[in-house]
Design a protein around this ligand. Structure first.
Ligand SMILES: [Zn+2]
Length: 90
């Protein structure tokens, strides 16, 4: 069963392993969940545009398979305090 905690767990694990990549099968073993659960969580992350699906070499089993890579810029486009451009919110 796909839950938001599964999705969050996958997102965190994907970022932690960078610049390496694991296929969904190996991620399932790594996270202790089934491969369909990994794929379901991965689809949710792609839908939310946090990650995009790509084929990469798995760092565990060495096969070329589907995995997720973070969207560049997503999650990093918050207010830049150094510029001071968004200081006034009233
Ligand atoms: Zn693998």
């Amino acid at each position: 069963m796909l839950t938001t905690s599964t999705i969050a767990m996958l997102a965190r694990a994907l970022r932690e392993q960078l610049p390496n990549f694991q296929c969904f099968s190996c991620f399932g073993k790594y996270l202790g969940i089934s491969e369909p659960e990994v794929r379901g969580a991965a689809q949710a992350l792609v839908f939310r545009q946090r990650f995009r699906a790509e084929q990469r070499v798995c760092c565990v089993c060495q096969r070329v398979d589907d995995t997720l890579v973070p969207h560049e810029g997503s999650g990093y486009a918050a207010v830049d305090v150094a510029t001071g451009s968004e200081m006034h919110s009233d």
